[in-house]
Ligand binder design. Sequence first.
Ligand code: SF4
Length: 140
Amino acid sequence: MKETKSTCPYCGVGCGVIIRSEGEQITGVRGDPDHPANFGRLCTKGSTLHLTASAEVTLHTRLLHPMRREHRGQRPTRVGWDNALDFAVESFHQVIQEHGPDAVGFYISGQLLTEDYYVFNSWPRASSAPTTSTPTRAFA
Ligand code: SF4
């Protein structure tokens, strides 16, 4: 068993976690008793963090590279990052054109870096789609 110190990604508190793993598989998580944000304690979300990386979940839902399906119901196929990003931009633009700026919003992590927040908060303003929220706001 290996233990790795990290930070819970769910909200802006940024609790310290110690992740247990066997080989490539995450098997558990506990609060880091030395971390000044939580001193070993975790809320329900943090204490179940490892369940999002269980073998079953990882096998079935975790994407390792961009995937795209042409039509609903078809199997997705792997595409390059440029293709995926161009498609995302075109799709957001189309939704905003058809349904207005309130039809698009972002629900992002409270653990993003300042630069990440800048991008997420600039893009909606530039595209007139003003809704950006984080778990920190949602839980407040
Ligand atoms: S979701 Fe819970 S465990 Fe994770 S950082 Fe926030 S308060 Fe800490």
